[in-house]
Design a protein around this ligand. Sequence first.
Ligand code: C2E
Ligand code: CA
Ligand code: CA
Length: 398
Amino acid sequence: MAVKRLLILDDDLMVGTTIRFIAEGVGFDCQATDSPQEFFALLEDWCPTHIALDLVMPQMDGVEVMLELSRRSCTAHIIISSGVGSRVLDAARRSAAEHDLNIIGILSKPFKPTTLQTLLNSNDAVRMQSVVPLHTEEHEQPVCEADLLRALEQRELFLMYQPKIDCSTRSPVGFEALVRWQHPERGLVMPSEFIPLAERSGLIDPLTMQVVDTALSWFATHFAAEELHLSVNISARNLRDLGFADHVATLCAELGLSPTKLVCELTETSTMEDPVASLDLLTRLRLKGFMLSIDDFGTGFSSMLQLVRLPFSEIKIDKSFVMTAMRSGESRAVIKSIVELGHSLGLRSSAEGVEDDETLGFLDEIGCQLAQGYRIARPMMADDALAWYRDYVGDPGT
Ligand code: C2E
Ligand code: CA
Ligand code: CA
C-alpha cells in the first residue's frame, strides 16, 4: 500500500497533536509544526500526500499559505480547519478551489475524531478528478467561425440527452438536450468551446434551430404520448430573431406536439442584457404556450425585481450550489431560498448537478420539485437515453 503522509500546520500544538494521533490511527505517517517556514521546508523535503491546515495563525494566515501552496503547484490533498464560522470556512474552500488546490474537506473546530477519520479515508481517486484540468488540449487553437459553419452544414453537431426526475416520486419528467460537436480532426468538442463563438458570430440562430429541430423530432418520435417535457438551451441572442417563436411553434404543430412540452432554458445573465427586448420575446414564447426556465439561477447579479417580472415558469438552481450542498451550509441556504422564492412566485423549481442521494433527499425535503444530475444519469446518446427511460419505468419497449 502507498505511504500516506500527513503534514499538519497548526499554531495550537494540542490540536496538532490530536490530529496527528487520529491520523496515525488510520495509517498515516505524520509531522506537525506551528511554523509556516518549517511547514514549507517539510513540504519540499518530505513530500506529504495530505496537509491539514489551520486557517488562523499569528504569523501567516491560512489564505496566504494556500496562495503559496498554489504557487508551488501543490497536489497534496488538503484539509482546512479552523474555529472560525462555517461561512468563512466555505469562502476559504472556494478560494482554494479557485487556485486549483485539492481540498478534500473542511474541519470545523471542535471536531469529532470520526469526522477527520472519514476525511482522511475518503476516496482519493474520485476527489482528485475534480482538479484535473478541463482543457487538456489547451495548446490547440480555438475553433473558428468557418469551422463551425462547416459543422452546421455537414451536420457534425449532435445531441445528448440528460433526464430530469421528480424529487418526491423519483419518476422521470423529461430530458434536457445538450449539444456536442464531433469534429473531424479534434474529436469531441464541448459546448463551452463553441457556443460563445456561435453567439459572437451570429451562427447561434442556425445552431439553435438545428438543435431544436433534432431534439423535437427525437422527442416526438418516442415520447409524444408520454407526460414528459423536453428542455432546450436558448441563447439570449436567439431572442433578437422575431421569427424564432413562430418557427418553433410551426415545428411543434407539424410534429403534433403541444408547445407546453417544450421548455426553453435561458440563463439569468443573458436575459438581463436587454431586459425590455427579453420581456417582449419571452412573453411571445409564453403566449404561444412554451415553458420558460431561468437557467443557472443564483450565479448572476440581476435585479430580483426585473427577474420576477419576466414570465418564467421554472427556476433552475445552478449546479455550483447543488454539487456542494452536502458540504456547505451556505449552499444549502441559497438553495432553500431559491426554492422558497420559486414557490412564492408560482415557479417550478429544478436543481441541476445532483450527484448523490443525500442531496436528492435534501431537495425533496425542502420542496424542490425536479432534479437532474449524474446521480440520476449523465447526458446520454439518443438511443441510450431511450433505453434508460424504458429500463427506468420498466417498459420493455417495442
Ligand atoms: P447547462 O444548461 O447549465 O447544462 C448543464 C450542464 O451541466 C451540462 O454540461 C451537463 O452535462 C452538466 N451536468 C449535469 N449534471 C451534472 C452533475 O451532476 N455534475 C456535473 N459536474 N455536471 C453536470 P454541458 O453539456 O457541458 O453543457 C454546458 C453548457 O453549454 C450548458 O449548461 C449550456 O449553457 C450550454 N449548452 C449546451 N447545449 C446547448 C445548446 O444547444 N444551445 C446553447 N445555446 N447552449 C447550450
Ligand atoms: Ca440548461
Ligand atoms: Ca444550468
